[in-house]
Design a protein around this ligand. Structure first.
Ligand code: NAD
Length: 345
């Protein structure tokens, strides 16, 4: 039986607790939040001990796994301390706000032989698995050009827009898309060129934010093998503006894009029972219906639980989270400098 502590009892904390509790071999024994109402709600629901201070929560015994669901700026301190106490760590993305913190997290997990996994659950969504399969079997040819675009109103969570809490919307969201591009192409990025802006600065909803992170960016990434990723993110539109998004992958033999008959503005990574992947090539158009998906971290919970229970050696601690963070930081550096950032492979 894996004993689990949930740190941060907001939206993702609730989803992590639900995903862990759905397993017959895991139980949520401790929950922690600085907000009393949130921690008590989860503690009552999952019959867990409630803590205000994460240091006390991770010291609770018995405890095997710590699920970190607080803003990104807190991840490093919690993950490093948890590994030091002999706890495995499932950490929400973004792994950290900078590479030095992420490196500390990996070093701590390695030093104590603990698992460290970052929650990039988009890989588990059926429409992205379908696209991965199309690329993998060569249906689209190679190289592929991947385009993700999304415009949204300023986000309701102020932490999302804060540089010191979640790093800003571009930091917060782009990591998922970098991870998907690595997943689709099985290759690593060579260079990043980006431009950015902060459109949300003058929006009434964000009037109390003091340290705005970038909310708007065009990011171009060149991958080994000639694959290209183009990201357009704008999460700084006026409150009440409906979302728009596109996900398209084009190769020399064809193009695939996602489509949702009931929800034409399906957000990137959002789940829906009516999503399909439309493939267009020299043979015409075919529609691949997608399976029902989970709305949360189940894929990541199941993966780390499998690895721990089966004694899989934690050889690639934080690998996907670190690779995504490296591209986030390169994008922000390129926005700042106006220069292309070249990455060592
Ligand atoms: N994987 C995904 O698709 C996905 C989606 C949304 C958010 N996230 C990530 O999950 C994390 C949490 O996001 P959320 O949407 O659940 O936010 P949230 O605001 O709903 O919840 C965060 C909770 O953490 C608590 N908290 C903050 N600092 C704390 C501290 N020092 N000690 C204890 N509790 C503290 C807050 O009170 C809050 O209840 C972020 O890293 C975010 O980027 C991931």
């Amino acid at each position: 039986m894996l004993n689990v502590a949930i740190i941060g009892c907001g939206d993702m904390g609730t989803k992590h607790a639900t995903a862990w509790s759905a397993r017959s071999d895991a139980t949520v024994v401790a929950v922690c939040d600085v907000d009393e109402g949130r921690r008590q709600r989860l503690a009552t629901h999952f019959h867990a001990h409630a803590f205000e201070d994460w240091r006390e929560a991770i010291a609770h015994t018995p405890l095997d796994v710590v699920s970190i669901c607080t803003p990104a700026g807190t991840h490093c301190a919690i993950a490093v301390s948890a590994a030091g106490l002999g706890r495995h760590v499932l950490c929400e993305k973004s792994m950290a706000l900078n590479l030095a913190d992420a490196e500390q997290m990996i070093a701590a997990a390695d030093a104590h032989n603990m698992h460290l996994q970052v929650s990039h659950q988009y890989r588990g969504l059926s429409r992205y698995k379908v696209i991965k399969q199309l690329i993998h079997e060569g249906s689209l040819g190679s190289p592929v050009f991947i385009r993700f675009m999304e415009t949204r109103e300023v986000r309701p969570k102020l932490a999302m827009h804060s540089l010191s809490q979640n790093g800003g919307p571009v930091h917060d969201m782009s990591g998922h898309l970098f991870d998907l591009a690595r997943f689709f192409t099985d290759s690593e990025a060579e260079s990043v060129t980006a431009s950015g802006a902060i459109f949300g600065r003058d929006k009434p909803r964000l009037s109390t934010v003091e340290d705005f992170g970038v909310d708007t960016a065009d990011i171009q990434v060149r991958f080994a093998g000639g694959h290209c990723l183009s990201i357009g993110i704008n999460w700084g539109l006026p409150e009440g503006t409906p979302s728009t998004s596109h996900e398209v992958v084009c190769g020399p033999l064809g193009v695939a894009h996602t489509h949702d008959s009931e929800n034409p503005d399906l957000n990137l990574g959002e789940i829906s029972p009516t999503t399909s992947v439309v493939v267009k090539d020299g043979q015409g158009t075919r529609v691949l219906q997608c399976e029902a998906d989970f709305d949360g971290p189940e894929v990541c919970v199941d993966q780390i639980a499998f690895d721990i229970i089966n004694g899989v050696s934690p050889t690639a601690n934080g690998e996907a989270g670190y690779a995504a963070l490296k591209l986030i930081m390169a994008s922000l550096e390129s926005i700042e400098s106006g220069q292309t950032v070249y990455l060592d492979l």
